[in-house]
Design a protein around this ligand. Structure first.
Ligand code: SAH
Length: 345
């Protein structure tokens, strides 16, 4: 609930309005997961609240810490026993958390581990917030950046994701600047258009991964529904409405989308688009035989884009040693508990 909703709720319970402020602060500033921990509420009210409402949080099940760069990957359990994963990354400009927006995913991108077992369900706004809150408590460090780039397609859980962004950036809670929140989508056009009208200052990231529809359709089933022309038009509209530059994510897969001709084609495609390209050497998953492009191919790809006036960055790989890529840890955990994953234990 937003502060306004909670205030109405307390009015309906004939509680003084300052109770709403107290409860909101316990939930979103002190981030407790239990009514009984709300020490400045009368005991009877705490009991009454616990009888009326459920707090849907995430509970830490496992943490893996990278020996290479300190990246931490968390596995959380939800109230119904489902598990999700999140990643904590330390950068010089602050700490960043990558959250999941769904349990599993139904988009079917070929290189992604999150989608192999399909979609279980959408996450609630509280379950998205809780990933950040629990990581903050566990690391005892503040999170300044949030990327919705974990498992799930945020546009496929649109209303909950928008509510999550509003709560995360609201004063009285974590108050994380919307400019430090990135929403990544595989390119669901109506979702991008709707987001442009929300009056939010979040960064939009588009998972592009191909310079044309033919290659894109091989990697991403969603490309059959929304051709690049429409997707890029929606991104342009997003920039024009919000003034926020779009990030184009491009995972480089050896022999699939990484040659110089494809780089030139990509440069032509993005000419005049206000944004920049983030190159990601694909993170190989054991269920698919995609191979990462060589360092040299990545550099060449970058050079061709730059020569054509496109701003490019190469994503620093983090957490390679701890199943860093989308959905890998959760998949391994589930496979392990089903007993059909013996090869790397
Ligand atoms: N569903 C959203 C957000 C989740 S994925 C989306 O599609 O954008 C976040 C990014 O990681 C996407 O660009 C996705 O395509 C990419 N990704 C997923 N698995 C990957 C892998 N194994 N290697 C490299 N990038 C991957």
């Amino acid at each position: 609930m937003t502060m306004e909703e909670l205030t109405k709720e307390m009015e309906a319970l004939e509680q003084p309005s300052f109770r709403a402020k107290q409860i909101y602060s316990w939930l979103h500033e002190k981030t407790v997961q239990d009514f009984d921990a709300m020490k400045n509420l009368p005991k009877t009210l705490r009991r009454d609240l616990a009888g009326r409402y459920v707090l849907f949080g995430a509970k830490k099940v496992q943490v893996q810490e990278s020996k290479i760069d300190g990246t931490r990957k968390y596995l959380f359990a939800l109230a119904d026993g489902m598990v999700i994963e999140s990643v904590w990354m330390k950068y010089h400009h602050g700490n960043s958390v990558c959250i999941s927006s769904q349990v599993g995913c139904r988009m079917g991108c070929r290189f992604c581990a999150s989608t192999i077992d399909g979609l279980e369900r959408n996450l609630r706004p509280s379950e998205m917030l809780s990933q950040i809150y629990e990581i903050q408590k566990d690391t005892a460090e503040r999170v300044s950046n949030v990327v919705i780039m974990g498992s799930g397609e945020p546009m496929d859980n649109y209303d909950h994701v928008i509510r999550f962004i509003r709560l995360l950036s609201a004063p009285g809670g974590q108050n994380i600047s919307q400019r430090n929140i990135t929403l990544s989508t595989c390119g669901i056009v109506p979702g991008i258009q709707k987001l442009a009208g929300e009056n939010l200052a979040v960064t939009l990231a588009l998972s592009l991964h191909a310079p044309n529809d033919a290659v894109r359709r091989e990697l991403m089933p969603i490309a059959r529904k929304y051709p690049l022309k429409e997707v890029l038009a929606a991104c342009r509209e997003y920039f024009l409405t919000t003034g926020r530059r779009v990030t184009f994510e491009y995972s480089l897969v050896k022999g699939v989308n990484d040659n110089r001709k494809e780089a030139a084609e990509l440069a032509a495609l993005l000419k005049g688009c206000q944004g920049h390209v983030n190159l990601i050497p694909v993170n190989p998953i054991k269920e698919r035989n995609f191979v990462q492009s060589d360092r040299k191919a990545v550099e060449e790809f970058k050079n061709v884009l730059e020569k054509n006036g496109i701003h490019v960055t190469i994503r620093r790989e983090m957490g390679r040693d701890i199943d860093g890529a989308c959905g890998q840890l959760r998949k391994r955990f589930l496979d392990g508990s089903r007993g059909d994953d013996h090869e790397d234990h």
